[in-house]
Write a protein that binds this ligand. Structure first.
Ligand code: ADP
Ligand code: ASP
Ligand code: MG
Length: 411
């Protein structure tokens, strides 16, 4: 039997009624002749609640126990989905990550999937089971502890299963009907794309578009998984949604494919550090060891042998960054006048493979922001994206102005 992977995100399994609704979709695919692997997220809001409980109990928590707690939301929905399918006379059972087993690294709260042995589930399919409902987002470390894959990780579970089982397709069901030119919650002019190239989706995801976890796109690209994003709320339509595919398959080609944003960024500046060989290493090594995800980096022109170094990181990591740099100063590894944190900035990015061959895109982006009176604090570019750091209060304005200026509402 051909295998189909269907993943349902938190809002799609938020209530028993919604679980019943999506179970009907699963039953339809079984009737269409598929053996189905269903990957479920926790009910909407549940993972946030669990994270909150962990932080309230233990601010400097043991990441292994964090994973034990926050992975539990998916266990509930996996069992409920299997029960609902059984009620509909569809042969189904649930699997927690460790039962498959989904083998991961031991990087707790951000583990990577290393291997998914298919034998256990394949044997059940051979016995006549029609649906394997798997708890997303979780796995087991070499030490035998429960791990989680980072927020949004059920997408990655789904793609990894599709690759391991050679599934015909991996359908990601969510609360929007596809991938848009920007977050439809920020701009009502956002346009749904029928297709998007892997490279573009990868950039959009890593720059903040949370519709797919970045790692899931990487895996789909590497293992050539046919990946589709669609809504669990709309009527069944075999051509619905957005297909994430190779760029050769895409006819329409705007220079800019989409606008992404990351709301909760912080900008940190080390004032007056000695400008000498090894200084960047002395600053960024302790940050990396403290688990700070440094993103953009700028070093100013130096004067009299001293310079300012600026970097950005997620707002939630400012405290950790301050501690790590303070400790490095106490150890005499670096020396700076002051450390200034601006925790009210956001990152806005434009992405498109068409940028490779078209000049002037950056200039146009900066002109649009200037016209809106938005000051740019940091800029970074790559072959297919340009990102700027700006005051958070202008984030939505910047996204909308860029969406307008690059005419993304038009195909
Ligand atoms: P799920 O719980 O199903 O995994 P997520 O909340 O993780 O859903 O992802 C879906 C959300 O991603 C949408 O509700 C939307 O607000 C957001 N989003 C951000 N950027 C985009 C985009 N370019 N296209 C579609 N959705 C986007
Ligand atoms: N429930 C997890 C989260 O909220 C994983 C997921 O939904 O993909 O991050
Ligand atoms: Mg998600």
């Amino acid at each position: 039997m051909p295998i189909l992977v269907m993943k349902f995100g938190g809002t799609s399994v938020a209530t028993l009624d919604r679980i019943a609704r999506v179970a009907k979709r699963v039953a339809r695919e079984v009737a269409n002749g598929y053996d189905v692997i269903v990957i479920v997220s926790a009910m909407a809001g549940r993972t946030n609640e669990l994270v909150g409980w962990v932080e309230e109990t233990s601010p400097m928590f043991d990441a292994r126990e964090y994973d034990a707690v926050v992975s539990s939301g998916e266990n509930v929905t996996a069992g409920l989905m299997a029960l609902r399918l059984q009620e509909m006379d569809v042969p189904a059972r649930s699997w927690q990550g460790w039962q498959v087993p989904v083998r991961t690294t031991s990087a707790h709260s951000a583990a990577r999937i290393e291997e998914i042995p298919t034998a256990n589930i394949a044997a059940k399919f051979a016995e006549g089971m029609k649906v394997a409902v798997v708890a997303g987002f979780q796995g087991i470390s070499p030490e035998g502890r429960i791990t989680t894959l980072g927020r949004g990780g059920s997408d990655t579970t789904a793609v990894a299963f599709a690759a391991a089982f050679g599934a015909e397709r991996c359908d990601i069901y969510t609360d929007v009907d596809g991938v848009y030119t920007t977050d439809p919650r920020i701009s009502d002019k956002a346009r749904k794309l029928d297709k998007i190239a892997f490279e573009e989706m990868l950039e959009l995801a890593s720059l903040g578009a949370k519709v797919l976890q970045t790692r899931s796109v990487e895996l789909a690209m590497r293992y050539k998984v046919k990946l589709r994003v669609l809504s669990s709320f709309e009527e069944y339509d075999p051509n619905a949604g957005t297909l994430v595919c190779d760029e050769e398959e895409i006819v329409e080609q705007n220079a800019v494919a989409g606008v992404a944003y990351s709301r909760d960024e912080a900008k940190m500046t080390l004032i007056s550090v000695a400008d000498r060989p090894g200084i960047a290493s002395a600053i960024f090594t302790p940050l990396a060891e403290a688990g700070v995800n440094v993103d953009m980096i700028v070093q100013n022109i130096s004067e009299e042998g001293r310079t300012d170094m600026t970097f950005s990181c997620p707002v939630g990591q400012v405290g950790r960054a301050e501690k790590a740099l303070g400790a490095a100063r106490d150890r005499g590894e670096i020396n700076f006048h002051d450390l200034v944190a601006d925790d009210a900035v956001s990152k806005v990015s434009i992405v498109g493979i068409g940028m490779r061959s078209q000049a002037g895109i950056a200039a146009k982006m900066f002109a649009v922001l200037a016209r809106e009176g938005i000051n740019i604090k940091v800029i970074t570019t790559s072959e297919i994206k340009i990102s700027v750091l700006i005051d958070r209060k202008y984030m939505e304005l910047a996204v909308q102005a860029l969406h307008d200026a690059f005419e993304l509402e038009k195909a």
